[in-house]
Write a protein that binds this ligand. Structure first.
Ligand code: GUN
Length: 293
């Protein structure tokens, strides 16, 4: 079976165009331009690329953006002060603190300090707790990007068996909640230590993998017709590449794509959808804040 590629780049540019038109209209009507602030600590290569891509996306849709860079040695209390200052800055609608943070800073404390109204990554406990509310807050960006992709490709989730490999607080766990509550799927939550993982992955109608282990899922571990969403992204040494590495997902694309009905590539699958989701959240945060002022 030839699988169809779930093209995150194409879909995210469609979503960006929709957002760009909405922002144009807001500006024409004299409304406030949505404004995203990003905090980047240290000089980690992938984090710098991710944050720069987020700032570029803001520019494309007409948002304002502010990138605040701090050295690796910033103290936790100073970082918390910065987050608090941005929480109180009326011009800023959304704030992300790029992870990972250096070991001497608690990611939980730093992200939990973000005002839930500006938490466009959907990391705070309040937004997490509201995932299964009818009137939810800001949904976690990556899981919501996956849901948006599934919806826009017209993939049925109701009554289907969704198997998630990965139980992280930021991706695997909230994706399970969204698929079961919004998607009305039957969800099995596995992780990298699940015994006999293939026993579960072979039952999946929809298989979502978010572990960060290249090649974890191979063709013999899936059934024909499965929808595969690969959320893993790792750098793998590759001397044939100019940069010395290539990006790899958790799924062995060549063998799995022979059996899948739909599959995401890495890169170009879920990654761009996370950014699209961040933009959707920033627009929503801006609308909600400015409607209530
Ligand atoms: N680090 C890796 N992915 C993410 C993300 O989606 N948001 C933030 N803030 N940091 C990350």
């Amino acid at each position: 079976m030839a699988s169809e590629i779930l093209d995150g780049r194409k879909l995210s540019s469609e979503i960006e165009e929709e957002i760009r038109l909405k922002v144009e209209k807001i500006k024409k009507e004299g409304g406030k331009t949505p404004h995203l602030a990003a905090i980047l600590v240290g000089t980690d290569g992938p984090s710098q690329t991710y944050v720069e891509n987020k700032v570029k996306a803001c520019h494309r849709v007409g948002f304002e953006s502010t990138l605040l860079r701090f050295s690796e040695s910033i103290s936790q209390s100073r970082l918390i002060k910065e987050v608090t200052r941005i929480n109180e800055d009326d011009d800023i609608d959304g704030l992300i603190v790029q992870l990972p943070l250096p070991d001497h800073i608690s990611e939980e404390i730093a992200t939990e300090t973000i005002s839930p109204l500006k938490d466009v990554d959907g990391f705070t406990n309040q937004n997490y707790g509201q995932i299964i509310r009818e009137h939810h807050g800001l949904l976690p960006a990556t899981p919501n990007g996956v849901m948006e992709m599934i919806k826009r490709y017209g993939i049925e989730t109701k009554g289907k068996h969704a198997v998630i490999v990965g139980h992280s607080r930021l991706v695997g766990a909230p994706l399970g909640l969204l698929l079961s509550h919004e998607g009305m799927a039957t969800v099995t939550q596995c992780h990298e230590f699940t015994e006999d993982l293939a026993k579960y992955t072979r039952q999946a109608d929809i298989l979502c993998v978010a572990v960060g282990k290249p090649g974890l899922i191979t063709g013999d571990m899936v059934k024909d017709g499965v929808v595969v969403i690969d959320i893993g992204i790792s750098r793998v040494e590759d001397p044939s590449k100019k940069r010395g590495f290539r990006l790899s997902g958790d799924v062995e694309f060549d063998s799995v794509s022979k059996k899948a009905s739909y599959i995401t590539p890495v890169p170009g699958g879920v990654g761009p959808m996370t950014i699209a989701s961040l933009l959707m959240n920033t627009l929503k945060a801006s609308k909600l804040r400015n409607a209530s002022q």
